[in-house]
Ligand binder design. Sequence first.
Ligand code: C5P
Length: 215
Amino acid sequence: FQPKRLAGKRVLITAGPTFEPIDPVRGITNLSSGKMGYAIARAAREAGADVCLVSGPTALDTPYGVHRINVQTAQQMHDVVLSRVDGKDIFIAVAAVADWRVANASDQKLKKNSKGDVPQLQFEQNPDILASVAALEKRPYCVGFAAESENLLQYGEEKRKKKGVPLLVGNIGHQTFGKDENELVLFDDKGNQRLPQAGKQALARQLVAEIAARI
Ligand code: C5P
């Protein structure tokens, strides 16, 4: 039994990887499984919230009672989030959003040629969804994630300030992608606090309790 800590609250969550096309059949993505974001969506719903989950491509089932919107690219995720953010109480950015998209993606499948020429991809930067939401005048309580490979305690607090969010959640170790367990550290204006290693669903429930205590 979960206490209804978020009863009446509206929560928007991003989860999973994004997929940036190179041509109609190829693209660039990352190793995010979506498990942590989906676990948080499930925990928020169990806590009584109305939950909208904006998801990149994953192999996961939609958690019971959660409204899910599927997207592929970072730009689509950005546009859906900004069209849905109005009236939300909490925004939790868990997705592993591609920093860059292919600027010269092809409408037709790229073909090999006999000379062995290789495609010349050019990149342009994607919008930062979390920073965009955190900069809104009417903004929800914003929670960010960070997966750093080193110096998490320093980079975590720096990232929290840079993104302009009250709460940033660091993954301890960067080997979390696809795993069922995780270990987190929470950064807020009072300092940092560890949530020791546990299953992602158990950690998601603890995180929801921590968020509920801060709003
Ligand atoms: O800058 P970095 O990717 O390390 O920040 C991670 C946090 O920012 C995560 O919460 C992620 O969901 C969010 N993010 C975003 N849009 C981006 C890049 C990251 O919402 N384009």
